[in-house]
Design a protein around this ligand. Structure first.
Ligand SMILES: Cc1ncc(COP(=O)(O)O)c(C=O)c1O
Length: 465
C-alpha cells in the first residue's frame, strides 16, 4: 500500500498550535482512505457534526461491560443485576453532567430526534386541547421543527443579528399562550451558539418553558441546565463520542409523567389489563421494550470523559482549528463562509464551518475532496431546509465539523484541497449517481465485510433538493 503524505508548508506551524494534536484519542484516528488516483492518505474526518467517532476510552469501556451484558430490570441473575445497575446509574451520571435538578427525569431514547418527539407527546392538554403553542426559530434542524408541526405552533424568522432575534422572540412570547420555546443550543449549519440562558429567562418571564436541542452544543460546551434555567435538554450519543445508538431527554418530570407514553409496551406500565392500562411514571413510562443498555452506558461514560476535560484547553483546541480554517478559506477567491447572525462573537461558535465555492456544486466539491484528498465532510442542506433557503443556499453548501480527535492538519488539508481545485481543477471525472456526485469508474474497494453496493452513497435525504 503506498501512502500519500501531506507536505503543505503550513504544517510546519502545527506544532506551535494547541490544535496540533488531537485532544483525546478516538477510534479510527489513523484510518487510511484510498484515493481515486491511487495511494492512501490518513482519513481527515471533518464530519464530527453528523456523527463523531467513539472515544477510545468509551470503546474500551464497552468491551469491559459487554461480558456482563444481560437483561435489565427483571433479570434476577448476577449479570442482569450488574447490567441494571450500569443502566440505572447512567441516568445519574448524565443528570450530573448537565447540572440537572434532583427531580429531573433522565429518559434514554434513540437520539435527539426521538427525544424531541417524546417531548412533543407530553405538552400539557386541558379539556382535550393543547393549552399553549410551541414557538421555534426558522434556523432549527428538522428534528426541532417537525415534531411541533402537528401541535399548535408558531415559527419566528431569525433576524440578521442575535440581538434583534432575541427581541423578536420576546415579542412573540409576550402575546401569551406559549407553552414551550424550542431552540437549538448551537446551529448545526453554521456552528453559532445561541444564548440559551437569556432565551430561558424570556420563556419563563412569559409563562413558557424551554427545550434546548443540544445535539450540537453538548459535544462542544458544558451546559448547566439548572443554572441556565433550561427545562428540557436533549442530545445524542453518536455526536458525543458514543456512537452506540442512545440519546437522552433530561428535564422536569411533571409534563413527562402525565404525557403520552412514547413507546407503549412492556416495562412502561404499572398494571396492564386486556382493555386498559395504568401507565408507569418516571423514565419507565417512555422506555417501553428492552432498553439500549450499552448505548446508555457508553453515553454516560462519554459524558464523564468530557466532564474531565480542561475547559480552557478544550476551547483553545477547537477555536485554533476553527480560526485557521475560516481564515484560510476566506483567503480563497470565490469561497464564502456562511453565518446566520452578523453579531455572533467568534468565541460563541463551535467546531462547525459552513462555506461554498463559487461556480461549484457543493456535492461535487465534497466528492472531489473525498476521492482526491481523503477528506470527509458534509454537503447539502443539513436537515435545515428553511435556514438554507433563507441563507440563499437552496441547493446546499459544504460543512466542515470537528472535535476532540481533530488536528490543525485536517483544516490545513481542507484549505489545500480547495486551493488545488481552484488551481488545477478536478483530477478525475465525476458523475451523478442516485442524486449524488461520485467519481466515475470508482475502482476502490471496501473492506471485505462491507458491501459495496452501487448507489448506496446517494442515500442522503436531507441533501436532495
Ligand atoms: C442541531 C441538531 N438537532 C438535532 C439533530 C438530530 O440528531 P439525531 O440524528 O441524533 O436525532 C441534529 C443532527 O444532525 C442536529 O445537528
Amino acid at each position: 500500500m503506498s501512502t500519500a503524505t501531506f507536505t503543505s508548508p503550513e504544517l510546519r506551524h502545527d506544532s506551535l498550535s494547541p490544535a496540533a494534536r488531537p485532544l483525546a484519542a478516538v477510534t479510527g484516528a489513523e484510518l487510511q482512505a484510498p484515493l481515486i488516483q491511487g495511494g492512501h492518505v490518513r482519513y481527515a474526518n471533518l464530519d464530527y457534526g453528523a456523527s463523531a467517532p467513539a472515544l477510545t476510552v468509551v470503546s474500551a469501556y464497552l468491551n469491559e461491560v459487554l461480558p456482563f451484558y444481560a437483561s435489565v430490570h427483571r433479570g434476577a441473575g448476577y449479570a442482569s443485576q450488574i447490567s441494571t445497575s450500569v443502566y440505572e446509574n447512567a441516568r445519574n451520571i448524565v443528570r450530573e453532567f448537565v447540572g440537572g435538578r434532583a427531580d429531573d427525569s433522565v429518559i434514554f431514547t434513540r437520539n435527539t430526534t426521538d427525544s424531541l418527539n417524546l417531548l412533543a407527546g407530553c405538552l400539557p392538554v386541558v379539556d382535550g386541547k393543547h393549552s399553549g403553542e410551541v414557538v421555534y426559530l426558522d434556523i432549527e434542524h428538522h428534528a426541532n421543527l417537525l415534531p411541533w408541526q402537528h401541535l399548535p405552533h408558531r415559527s419566528i424568522v431569525a433576524a440578521s443579528t442575535l440581538a434583534e432575534t432575541l427581541a423578536n422572540v420576546r415579542e412573540a412570547l409576550a402575546h401569551g399562550g406559549v407553552s414551550l420555546l424550542a431552540v437549538t443550543g448551537a446551529s448545526n449549519v453554521t456552528g453559532e451558539i445561541l444564548p440559551v440562558k437569556e432565551l430561558a429567562a424570556i420563556a419563563h418571564e412569559n409563562g413558557a418553558r424551554i427545550v434546548v436541542d443540544a445535539a450540537q452544543l453538548a459535544p462542544h460546551r458544558r451546559v448547566d441546565i439548572a443554572a441556565a434555567g433550561i427545562d428540557y435538554l436533549v442530545f445524542s450519543g453518536h455526536k458525543l463520542y458514543a456512537p452506540f445508538g442512545a440519546g437522552v431527554l433530561v428535564g422536569r418530570p411533571d409534563w413527562l409523567d402525565a404525557g403520552t407514553p412514547h413507546l407503549a409496551g412492556g416495562g412502561a406500565v404499572r398494571e396492564a389489563r386486556l382493555d386498559s392500562v395504568t401507565w408507569a411514571t418516571g423514565p419507565a413510562r417512555h422506555e417501553g421494550g428492552s432498553p439500549n443498555v450499552l448505548g446508555a452506558a457508553t453515553l454516560a461514560r462519554a459524558t464523564q470523559v468530557i466532564a474531565e476535560l480542561d475547559q480552557d484547553e478544550w476551547h483553545a483546541h477547537e477555536s485554533a482549528i476553527r480560526t485557521h480554517l475560516v481564515e484560510g478559506l476566506k483567503e480563497i477567491e470565490g469561497v464564502t463562509v456562511h453565518q446566520i447572525f452578523s453579531d455572533t462573537d467568534p468565541a460563541d461558535t463551535i467546531g462547525v464551518v459552513n462555506f461554498s465555492l463559487e461556480g461549484y456544486d457543493a456535492g461535487l466539491v465534497a466528492a472531489y475532496l473525498s476521492a482526491e484528498h481523503g477528506i470527509g465532510l458534509r454537503d447539502g442542506r443539513f436537515c435545515a431546509h428553511p435556514l438554507l433557503k433563507r441563507l440563499g443556499l437552496p441547493s446546499g453548501s459544504l460543512r466542515a465539523s470537528f472535535g476532540l480527535g481533530s488536528r490543525l492538519e485536517d483544516a490545513t488539508r481542507l484549505i489545500a484541497g480547495i486551493k488545488a481545485l481552484k488551481a488545477e481543477g478536478l483530477g478525475w471525472d465525476y458523475v451523478v449517481d442516485s442524486g449524488r456526485w461520485v467519481p466515475a469508474n470508482d475502482h476502490r474497494s471496501y473492506p471485505h465485510w462491507a458491501p459495496n453496493t452501487p448507489g448506496t452513497a446517494g442515500a442522503a435525504p436531507c441533501s436532495t433538493n
